[in-house]
Ligand binder design. Structure first.
Ligand code: F6P
Length: 476
């Protein structure tokens, strides 16, 4: 077995009752799992009225999925042990089972196990229940909620479409970009911040999200951005800008997080860099192979997000539907993105029509749904590393990616971010855009954690604060 990186600090676990891991175990998973049961039950309900043998077969399988999920939830609640994942032919089973075998006694119980491992295992286990069936293999139980939240984001979507289309129409934008405070620099900062705060819309956290909350989270526009900049606890964007100015016609990779609005902001940033700057000529997007942490991007979500912008009926039923002319803005944007896809300027790292679960069988598409921290990426996924090394900048979106970058450990908060990357440090040029939704954090200036512990005790997990962390590749 590969020798994994040994973190000098303990990994977060629900054993610590003050941790967000504990809150997840006792409150969040017990909400997410019944949500999946509901979605399956709704489909089952429809099937009851259909008499075909196929429908009846599907119904029987649906009932079996529901009982497996209920048993899993029950196990969690009584500190049962994590059990081996059954082989379903979809990859990554061995890596989970191998690591699980190294946990002894208490370590294997839901209340004690390493949190990062347990969460990844949970989504792989859920996938297993569907993958083992004939009729539910392509079913994403989180799709309805992803689609609903995307629709509710119409106001911010329209705002950003107008803003980007205006920038793309400007012919003078990249003139004089070397100058401090140039128009291009200001636009860049705005687009990156939209992408950063796009990560605040996370369905796994916002299970009871109300429409008004969503609007607040998605506040966009220069004034809102300036206001929100106060909440960025470490901000490497000036360094990123200096670095980007040295890149010409480069490649950006985005290790995506959530579908819907966050994905939309990823597209916005990617398109801005391609259409308005000389720095980037292609963007490679990396998604997940299986339904993951509720709202992560699957191959289907990727194209669906663009197609929905072209489907006038989709946003027509939103609480803030597009006004006159605004559908045209969405159409202009989506048509440009489609042409980026056909010209190869936008690329998904796996074929666009990859069925659910299939990408798990390969290192490039499957690594993101393993349990591994990215500190172990060089050892565990050397081919993926080689691929990422072709990129001028690898952008990691969101909280889970951040947790994996720093191994989800209790680092002292002032530990340099580079150091927390362990063996990944210096292997690729990377930028992490993360709104804080879990305890682990590194790279903060002295005194920040102490101040916030008094002023805003939930600063590590509320999603209101953020960190923007950059680390350059060292030539070897
Ligand atoms: O979508 P993101 O930003 O990766 O966040 C995922 C969320 O789920 C968690 O993993 C907890 O379940 C947190 O780390 C985070 O709040």
């Amino acid at each position: 077995m590969v020798q994994l990186y040994e973190c000098p600090y303990p990994r977060v676990s629900p054993q610590d009752k003050h941790s967000f891991a504990y809150v997840t175990l006792i409150k969040r998973w017990p909400t997410i799992l019944p949500g999946v049961i509901n979605t399956v039950s709704n489909v089952n309900h429809e099937l009851h009225s259909q008499s075909s043998p196929e429908a009846q077969d599907k119904l029987t399988e649906g009932k079996a999925i529901i009982s497996k999920i209920s048993a899993l939830k029950h196990d969690m609640g009584r500190n049962g042990q994590l059990v081996d994942i059954e082989n379903d032919g979809q990859g990554n089973v061995d890596c989970y089972n191998r690591e699980l075998a190294t946990f002894t006694g208490d370590q294997r119980g839901w209340s004690h196990v390493n949190w990062l491992f347990a969460e990844c295992y949970l989504y792989r286990r859920l996938r297993n229940f569907f993958a083992l069936t004939k009729h539910w293999r392509d079913f994403d139980p989180f799709f309805p909620s992803k689609a609903e939240t995307y629709k509710s984001s119409s106001a911010a979507i329209i705002h950003l479409a107008k803003a980007l289309n205006t920038l793309v129409r400007r012919t003078d934008l990249s003139q004089d970009f070397e100058r401090e405070g140039s128009a291009l620099e200001i636009a860049f900062l705005e687009m990156v911040q939209a992408d950063l705060w796009g990560n605040a819309t996370d369905l796994s956290l916002l299970v009871d999200l109300k429409y008004e909350d969503l609007q607040k989270l998605q506040a966009v526009g220069a004034a809102a951005q300036a206001e929100q900049a106060k909440y960025i606890l470490r901000n490497d964007l000036p360094k990123v800008w200096e670095y980007l100015k040295t890149v010409k016609d480069g490649r950006l990779d985005i290790v995506m997080d959530n579908a819907g609005f966050e994905l939309y902001t990823d597209f916005i940033l990617a398109d801005f860099l391609i259409s308005c700057t000389p720095f980037v000529k292609e963007v490679v997007f990396h998604g997940k192979a299986i339904p993951w942490f509720v709202s992560d991007v699957l191959p289907y979500d990727f194209t669906w997000a663009i197609d929905s912008l072209l489907d006038v009926s989709f946003f027509a039923s939103a609480s803030k539907p597009p006004k006159e002319g605004e559908s045209e803005e969405l159409k202009t944007l989506a048509t440009r993105w489609k042409s980026h896809l056909s010209s190869g300027k936008f690329k998904l790292s796996v074929p666009l029509d990859t069925p659910l679960g299939d990408a798990q069988n390969e290192e490039i598409g499957g690594f993101w749904t393993t349990q591994y921290s990215y500190q172990d990426l060089p050892k565990v996924a050397p081919k993926l590393l080689e691929e990422l090394q072709k990129s001028d900048l690898v952008l990691f979106k969101g909280d889970l990616n951040y947790r994996k970058l720093v191994g989800d450990a209790w680092w002292p908060t002032t530990t340099p971010f580079e150091e927390a990357l362990g063996p990944l440090k210096g292997k690729i040029t990377l930028l992490s855009l993360r709104t804080n939704k879990a305890d682990t954090i590194a790279g903060l200036p002295e005194g920040v954690a102490e101040r916030l512990n008094k002023e805003a005790p939930d600063w590590r997990t509320s999603g209101k604060y953020a960190v923007v962390s950059f680390c350059e590749k060292h030539e070897s």
